[in-house]
Design a binder for this molecule. Sequence first.
Ligand code: GDD
Ligand code: MN
Length: 376
Amino acid sequence: MLQLAVILPTYNERANIARMVERIDAALTGYTWEAIFVDDNSPDGTGDEVRRIAQADPRIRVIERIGRRGLASAAIEGMCASAAPIVAVMDADGQHDPALLPGMFAAITSGEYDVAYASRFAEGASTEAWGRPDRVKASGIANAIARRVTGVDLSDPMSGFFMLHGETLRADAHRLSGVGFKILLDILATVDRPLRVKEFPLNFAARMDGESKLDRTVVFEFLIGLYDKWLGRIIPTRFALFATVGAMGVAVNFAVLWLVLSVILRERFVYGHWVVGETTFIIANVIAALTAMTFNFVLNNELTYAEKRLRGLIPLFKGWAKFFLTCAIGILSQIASTDALKRLHVNDALAVLGGIILASVWNFALSSKFVWGKYG
Ligand code: GDD
Ligand code: MN
């Protein structure tokens, strides 16, 4: 009987697969297990490497996801894809020691615990070999916030190495956010009944090969995750990100306008007006708007659509041009709707706000389709 499934999300981990399988095999001697690699169509051929090993070893499988990215959703799909009663999730880069698996398994099968997980910050754990004091610090802060916000009281709720009954996961899988990387935290915060958790101190190792995919986005994604839990049901998270970036763009627009007129041209600013010719003002405003729009494009490309990020000079330029067109139409619709609202005797500020909201929704809908979408 199949006892345990080990789920390993992978993105560009080709060089680590064989060694990982060996280590799991050695740790789980005497158990009936399977290992499922959930790969997001890694350009380095991780999927092919898993298939090569799986040819000779049917305990190994690969789920290849096309056009998708994300550690949490990969973990959820992997766990849901196994018939094993107990499932574990771990990194495929060697930072998580498979030798902990039997102990975790015993904790779950004893019936005393619902979840077993490996903590980098428990008594007896260590992050020395990781060699990343910056990340240790960032994780410490994120963990503290998470504990406070979710009420989950673990030393390392951000851990990516844990085990539980597949059924526990499946019962609530549809309610998980699946965004970002904080999957254990997501499970603990989502499942209504309190889960009994056993902590295992982990000696968090250095990566075997390759580089971290979470470095750049780890803090940002964590914030998205929290946002998603709080407001995700009301405002779609992606739109909230887009709108946040847009609001920052407004600030950039003002800053550039001020920079050009006051600092560079040294024009006077009296009673809330620049004492300046109309043409100068229009030119300065065009420069400001273009800068703000470019700023928004770059930020949306990096953050809002991180997993669909456009790369390379030509795709970036094309994307920028399409974003520009979308925004240009957005601005026209904003002007028109503000005007219409004013005609209806709506308060000026509310009319402007209405225009901004309409233009934002328009920009979001169009750019998510034509700039970063399938039709891009
Ligand atoms: N399928 C898939 N899709 N897998 C991914 C993706 C993705 O978008 N991003 C990362 N992975 C895989 C990696 O290939 C690796 O096996 C595992 O997820 C962890 O990714 P790393 O890039 O090695 O993360 P890290 O070492 O920087 O982050 C560590 O700390 C986090 C908390 O701070 C890991 O232990 C994480 O699991 C942990 O949540
Ligand atoms: Mn890693």
